[in-house]
Design a protein around this ligand. Sequence first.
Ligand SMILES: N[C@@H](CCC(=O)N[C@@H](CS)C(=O)NCC(=O)O)C(=O)O
Length: 243
Amino acid sequence: MEKSDGRVEVVGYWISAYVHRVRWALKLKGVDYKYTEEDIFNKTPLLSHLNPVHGKVPVLIHHGNPLPESAVIIEYIDDVWTHDPLLPQDPILRAQARFWAKFLDQKVITSTALALYSEGEDQERAVKLAVEYLDRIEEQLQLQGNIFFGGEKIGYVDLVMGFVAYILPVWQEVASVNILDLSRFPAIAAWTVNFLEHPVIKTEYLPHRDEIFSFYSRRRQELLPLCGSQTHLGKKVWSFLLS
Ligand SMILES: N[C@@H](CCC(=O)N[C@@H](CS)C(=O)NCC(=O)O)C(=O)O
């Protein structure tokens, strides 16, 4: 187990699920690291220096090298600390894990976020899509018949899917929608319990449900006018989602 020597640092934001997945990966590997909070609504010049392309968190810094993009970071962590692998070793299973991680990031997160930041017909459309995308995840979990996507242990896809366990249920409440219907998604429901009960996830920092609720209630008010399907941003997001 690597002890803290200042060589590993995560720059993050307290409520970001992208940040949490990186912190979980490091904790699963037993890697100590320094955590630095960045206010993404009032960014320091440090963040543009570390992630000049997107200016987003998380950024992992290892031996002074900054690395952005949570999925890329988790793969890097798995390459550097090779014990307790997060990705499967078999090339086809590795490729499939990458496929599902990308599907979660591009389709499931985008459609559920649209359901949060929209209303009326747009919201109905987003909910319908989100449910259809989650059907695919449900099928996979049922097909694989394991506790986690990664088998008996939490793996790469589980970390990427983490937001489904603790943020999506709160988004539903904030937006008054029902996406995670437990009778439709029994395998996702079981996965959620197993995920949140895992000793590493259970003991890692997660914001309280009330904090998540008030943060996203505020964000919903701010973003509702921007995300409608006829707005500039809305058109871009919808075309990305449907591509
Ligand atoms: N694709 C990125 C997404 C990261 C992301 O969206 N981070 C948000 C916080 S949840 C952020 O830094 N937002 C600041 C901004 O967009 O300016 C990843 O997987 O790391």
